[in-house]
Design a binder for this molecule. Structure first.
Ligand SMILES: [Zn+2]
Length: 303
């Protein structure tokens, strides 16, 4: 099953009036009642599965921007179009430890924090078993060196500290095709375990235009052994998107792109058994199901 499951949070957004979504019990804990009344925290859900995202909306007394931390890093926030709220995504990596996790909210970087308790829930995304030609799976030394170099370039790109969010409002799909390769499945290729599928494969014919899912800056353009012709876009605010196996790349590194702009054409370059788009997203460094993030983002900024 591709991406239909695990939207409990989203359902909660849709069904519950805003007031009911406020989770006062989560507010904390620490000292002053004055501080408590200044900050209102609204979560899409208090449970987030491995490989998924939640959202937080923080409303502050005078609309002052709060500082929010989640799983050891800052959460970038965008302002609500009206009102006193600030939105952000809470990414949970595919292999994050299940258990209690705390969202820390504060109005000054050094002040006392308020915490909301969430639960990271274990999720079994399943297994895919593939048989591929030996040359694709067990590359020779020269190819291995190339693969290592390319994976280093990719990781360094993805770890680059983020700039301010270029996004506000919903992210859009890069193309319309259905999910034929779901997110998160562990791979067994020629009987050996490999890293899990960190994006989705979308069905599309060769040459189909691929659109940037939001405003951003092109931070990687390359032709890699596994991912083929590849584009990575940094949307700021610790959100990046990846587009692999392209037939043609239509942007350059460093270029600013608008949401919906065509950045390349679908192909089957790299290790691909046929034309499709591999589409991935990272949120706060976490590998997350991009289709779930897009659905969740549609709720952002709505009253
Ligand atoms: Zn893929």
């Amino acid at each position: 099953m591709p991406c239909g499951k695990g939207f409990g949070g989203l359902t909660a957004w849709k069904r519950m009036p805003v007031a009911a979504m406020v989770l006062p019990a989560l507010f904390l804990i620490s000292g002053e009642s004055k501080a408590l009344s200044d900050i209102e925290i609204v979560l899409s859900s208090s449970r987030i599965a491995q490989g998924e995202c939640g959202t937080v909306l923080v409303r502050t007394e005078k609309g002052k921007q709060p500082y929010v931390r989640w799983l050891g890093g800052p959460v970038f926030l965008v302002p609500e179009s009206e009102g006193k709220g600030w939105y952000g995504f809470l990414g949970v990596d595919l292999s994050a430890d299940p258990g209690k996790a705390y969202l820390e909210v504060d109005l000054s970087p050094s002040g006392e924090k308020q915490r909301a308790e969430l639960t990271v829930v274990a999720k079994d995304w399943g297994v895919r078993v593939l048989t591929l030609p030996k040359a694709m799976v067990e590359p020779d030394k020269k190819t291995m060196d190339r693969v290592k170099k390319e994976s280093r370039i990719m990781e360094e790109t993805l770890k680059t500290p983020s700039s301010a969010p270029r996004w506000n409002g919903p992210f859009k799909r890069p193309l319309e095709g259905e999910v034929v390769g779901p997110f998160g499945r562990r791979s067994i290729i020629n009987e050996l375990p490999r890293s899990p599928h960190s994006g989705v494969d979308l069905r599309a014919a060769k040459g189909t235009p691929v659109q940037s899912i939001h405003n951003g800056k092109v931070v990687l353009v390359g032709e890699h052994f596994f991912s083929g012709k590849s584009v990575v876009i940094d949307h700021g605010g610790a959100i990046q998107s990846m587009y692999f196996h392209l037939e043609k790349i239509l942007v350059e590194k460093g270029e600013e792109v608008a949401g919906g702009q065509v950045i390349g054409l679908v192909g089957a370059t790299g290790r691909a058994t046929g034309p499709h788009l591999h589409f991935g997203m990272r949120v706060n460094g976490a590998r997350v199901d991009p289709m779930q993030v897009i659905l969740l983002s549609e709720q952002m900024g709505r009253p």
